[in-house]
Write a protein that binds this ligand. Sequence first.
Ligand code: NAD
Length: 488
Amino acid sequence: MTLFTTDALEGRCLPLFINNEFVPSQGQSFPSYDPATGAEWSSMPDATADEVDRAVRAARGAMTSAAWRDMSQTDRGSLMYRLADLISQNVDRLSRLEVRDNGKLLKEMTALTHAVAASMRYFAGMADKIEGTTIPVNKPDMLNFTLREPVGVIAAIVPWNSPLLLLNRAFSPAIAAGNAMVVKPSEHSAASILAFAELVAEAGFPPGVFNVVTGGGQTVGDALVRHPEVDKIDFTGGPETGRVIAASAAQNLTPAILELGGKSPNIICADADLDRAVTGVVSGIFAAGGQTCVAGSRCLVHDSIYDEVAERLVARAAEIRIGAPTEADTQLGPLALWSQVEKVGRFVEGAKTAGAKLLAGGGRAEQMGAGWYVQPTIFGDVTNEMDIARNEIFGPVLGLIRYSDDEDMIAKANDTRYGLASGLWTNDMERAMRFMRRINAGMVWINTYRSPSVMAPSGGYKDSGYGKHNGFAAINEFTRIKTVVIDY
Ligand code: NAD
């Protein structure tokens, strides 16, 4: 019987996963909470420095073992296909664990877990298509070519908002390329990642290829990123933590991918199809309670349609059904953390003081009792100078900003330290093309929003980080190029 169901884990402490074995930690444990009720449901350990070291050495051991190092690329892909099938067979169990930890909607989580299996299959198919190149060096007796090799031990640091999806975003390309991994999940949501680890062992991956150490960022995370045997860091989280990690990584010259936060503009032009645009803006900010890195939290609206758009958005916000994450008709569940509820409250008060106009929401959804629910909130008359427009809230809070013409629009859209995603709603394709070239963001969505694909590279500009996930770009991140010259 597996330990990794919501029932079996109730009141229990999570183990660590090292060398394909679950081991209890010697570290202090701390509680995990169910955001739907605010009640404690399980706990996890703060792994000790010695346990982090054991996990990294296990990964290093895999990298030097014949079982993993010499496994054919096709066999690596086959193991990944097997793991993807196990994930598909366990979608409900994995999804419910994550819902319990971070309050995501079960229907959304179910779709995401299916997406995890699908993207693993995408990278499994790539495992035996990773190849080097032959380079003409203008010398007839010389052969010059490149090998694409795994980087080595990857340390993955994952946030709480989508643990399985974000873990797999690193796991699948890294493992397809032949690396080994140690992951530190968020201190708020680790259960689904340990359930994933159990399936890794069941699929038949050699010991040490995948390891999990749980605990806090400044303790376990810090020990992991500073470990001299880590060859690359894959970090997803906030920009403040990203800066700390980049500084820690610099000590050992460890390269890093940093996937950080955003304050993405979702822009409605005067010529847009307003029905589509309003739907796109509503889902762009309120899906997952705004707890997505690409949340379209700044809605720029052309002056001429501002009042109509504001009215429509407010009407749509009023229709959003708030409820328990496991109920099929719920559209907005709880926030994942109590600290997020408090943070939203601080931004709401700050926006009011700064002169923004509260158009919808602004408080807790009291009808949900002790759970961590917040109303969908919309502010009008927001300016780019306000805190609500400058800083990531990571909650269901939308700010409406007026613009007068395209120059004003692009200037306001780019006036942010972030550069993750952007959306533009227009029927004028020339305008769309100009926008696409001038926006400083890693992802541009025209007449759509939040449309990721495992096949398309994703990643940010500016303070939203560096490095790419998804697509072949991710394989590049997890391989090194070795140049070989043969004089024959
Ligand atoms: P966070 O930065 O607080 O924590 C992220 C992870 O880093 C956690 O596992 C944490 O324990 C760990 N950590 C903290 N301090 C550390 C340290 N000194 N050394 C090593 N690890 C440390 O972020 P969060 O609150 O968990 O997540 C929300 C943030 O993540 C938001 O800013 C959001 O935009 C961002 N995010 C980005 C993407 C993306 O793809 N760009 C995706 C999801 C979330």
